[in-house]
Design a protein around this ligand. Structure first.
Ligand code: SF4
Length: 448
């Protein structure tokens, strides 16, 4: 197939401000994609991924390919463009156009290059390319299942738990993930919080002393320019009771070139900052993604992964084990495995809850605990996260538990009584006539 000529996409005003404000500092000292720290990834070797890139984008020089702003500007957002990369029948094109009217399409050239265009069931494709089932099953689920609107105390600030808040700074994302919980925001045309809105959020946080943990979210907060982001982070850092900042971003997965030296040195200045990202499949862990995580880690930013359990993407023990092992190899901790929220337009990607429990059961004992994420449901109506585990307790009495292990072997475990034994009488410890019985009480205590 011939290399595809990309037509630059119109950039929204809000996106323009994100991109332009960081365009003065284009000279990256160490462009991504030159050095690999993960040459031995399981299955899909990097060379295969590169082949897919060069199949479609061989005319794009590395200098552009590794420029996150080029990637961002050249996102594929129309079905007509998609047909240049992925074979789609006329009927499929018509269906996807309909879907995209309600749930728009946006995918970076980088992420598109990870898709196997010849496989309609490709796990990367399922996350990025619309499916007609988003509409045919669209009546199932809720628009805002987590009821974030209810906990929004000032525009963009969600305060659900006592000690932490979530700041929704923009609705712009480098890619529209088909399983996104905030799919309802995609129609809003791309916005970034105004300076006045940011001030109101900062003011709220400084007045609420219980808030020790602030999560920057979106959309994707890393679509903001580094300078804009630094302004917010440094202001948060000046609020005494804010102990940590967390950034929720999918950039390391869908556009790892964004994790450049400028961003990393900015984050390094303002720690402690944690970054939670969202790898769902082992094939997303490319050399570029591995390097992005490595740059973050070297800048003192711990990276955790929050994956979402998705039908046909990662809903097997094997897929999860491969993903989590690959994450550990790049020193990213598998943190959460989320049951896919009941969001309208995602039902076709959701799995029964039992699937997640079976995955955890299939991993426990067969690999290290470090590789096993917490499987959780984020409850609707602001209920918060509930961890779900396989049941290993077969029976329990006051004095004993009957437990099964990962090999289905049964064990009886004595349950220590929750009693502090009464202090024995002094004569039991020091029989009458012994030397200790004659020393004063305080000194006897010291003998013990
Ligand atoms: S990057 Fe995150 S917020 Fe944006 S579409 Fe994907 S899942 Fe949703």
């Amino acid at each position: 197939m011939a290399s595809v000529k990309l037509k630059r996409q119109p950039v929204l005003e809000s996106e323009k401000s994100c991109l332009e404000s960081c365009s003065n500092n284009d000279s990256e000292e160490d462009p991504p994609g030159k050095r690999s720290i993960s040459d031995d990834l399981e299955e899909e070797p990097p060379s295969k991924i590169a082949t897919t890139r060069y199949r479609f984008f061989r005319d794009i020089p590395d200098s552009l390919w590794n420029d996150w702003k080029w990637q961002f500007r050249n996102r594929i957002t129309r079905v007509e463009q998609l047909t240049q990369f992925i074979p789609l029948s006329t009927e499929e094109q018509a269906q996807l156009r309909l879907v995209a009217m309600r749930y728009p399409l946006s995918v970076t050239p980088y992420y598109l290059s990870l898709i196997n265009p010849d496989d309609p069931d490709d796990p990367i494709r399922k996350q990025a390319i619309p499916s007609p089932m988003e509409m045919t099953m669209g009546s199932m689920g809720l628009e805002d299942p987590l009821d974030e609107k209810r906990d929004t105390v000032v525009p963009g600030l969600v305060h659900r738990y006592p000690d932490r808040v979530l700041l929704v700074l923009t609705d712009i994302c480098p890619m529209f993930c088909r399983h996104c919980t905030r799919k309802r925001e995609w129609q809003n045309g791309g916005w970034v919080r105004s300076p006045a809105e940011v001030e109101a959020m900062l003011d709220y946080i400084s007045r609420h002393k219980a808030v020790r943990d602030v999560i920057l979210s979106g959309g994707d907060p890393l679509t903001l320019s580094t300078r804009h982001l630094e302004n917010i982070i440094s202001r948060l850092g000046k609020i005494k009771h804010v102990e940590i900042i967390r950034i929720g971003t999918r950039f390391p997965v869908v556009l790892p070139q964004r994790i450049d030296n400028e961003l990393c040195s900015t984050l390094a200045k303002h720690g402690p900052i944690w970054l939670n990202t969202h790898f769902n499949h082992v094939r997303e862990i490319t050399p570029e993604a591995a390097e992005a995580c490595d740059r973050l880690l070297r800048s003192g930013v711990p990276v955790n992964n929050q994956s979402v359990l998705l039908r046909g993407v990662n809903d097997s023990v094997e897929a999860q084990t491969r993903l989590c092992h690959a994450l550990l190899r790049i020193k990213v901790r598998p943190y959460y495995l989320f049951q896919c929220d009941e969001v309208q337009g995602t039902e076709h990607l959701r799995t029964p809850v039992e699937a997640g429990i079976k995955i955890i059961e299939g991993m426990r004992g067969h690999t290290s605990g470090l590789a096993i994420p917490n499987f959780v449901i984020d409850l609707p109506q602001s209920g918060g996260k509930v961890p779900l585990q396989p049941n290993y307790v077969l029976a329990q009495t006051e004095g004993e538990l009957v437990l099964r292990n990962y090999e289905e072997r049964i064990f009886h475990y004595r349950n220590p009584a929750n009693l502090v034994p009464a202090e024995p009488p002094a004569e039991t410890l020091y029989p009458a006539g012994s030397a200790a019985a004659n020393v004063p009480q305080e000194a006897a205590a010291n003998l013990g």
